[in-house]
Write a protein that binds this ligand. Sequence first.
Ligand code: AMP
Length: 279
Amino acid sequence: MLIFTKIAELRAFLKGIKDVNQSVGFVPTMGALHNGHISLISISKKACNITVCSIFVNPTQFNDKADLKRYPRMPEKDAAFLEKAGCDVLFMPSVEEIYPTEKKETYDFGYLNTVLEGKYRPGHFNGVAQVVKRLFEIVAPDKAFFGSKDYQQVMIIKALVKQMNSNIEIVNCPILREADGLAMSSRNTLLSKEEREIASLVPKIMQEAKQIALTTGIHEAKQFVSNEILKIPDMKLEYYEICDADLNELTDTKQVKNAIALIAVFVGKIRLIDNIMFN
Ligand code: AMP
């Protein structure tokens, strides 16, 4: 696996790849890699000739400075993990390399930026769009692979690509979970043993709520989630919403069959998100 830290060197390498008509798949990450990330690498490897993974903890997408500071960083371990997974190229730029000037860009994602993560993490998607646009311009992949654990992020990236007039194909990949159902996340490493146990209740509550929504109703499912989470010490609910595929909140239980439920909770200080499809 080749490792680049400089944009110019990565670009020069990728030019050689594109000149011989090899397709490039791209998996952007913030590191502290787990099997969820590796699943994206595997999907990219099947779809493209060359797979590029980036590791960059993007400061502009953190609305909470303490969250940025505590975000796990383990570059050597990540590089070894990627090498083993057969990734071809790792791009690990510095903050100065990505943001040489303090250039502030503003994006308009309309409604999508006003709900769920957009509502509770003001500025988050603007920062995501800023870095992904920069990375897309550097790597210029044929396809880019994103996890549906960050369902709303995938929608934002699709909107970004449209705004960029780009023909990069955005591939939405399934959520990988731990044996007890907890969605894999870099932030899971920040949980204490007790918090980790508590966190595993989230997917269980989501499953039960799905059944309640399908059999009884949306209101009852929401009530169930908020009651269950209130009972758990050290867990705080930020939101639980049942939406259509475009993330419009559903109120009519008749529409619930094709819904997606999305949740954000705090376990201690650590914020976790998850979602579940109803169909
Ligand atoms: P992150 O490093 O958290 O920014 O994530 C990088 C990419 O990996 C994003 O597209 C995420 O949606 C994806 N990802 C994170 N966790 C998982 C998971 N458990 N299963 C599948 N993809 C994931």
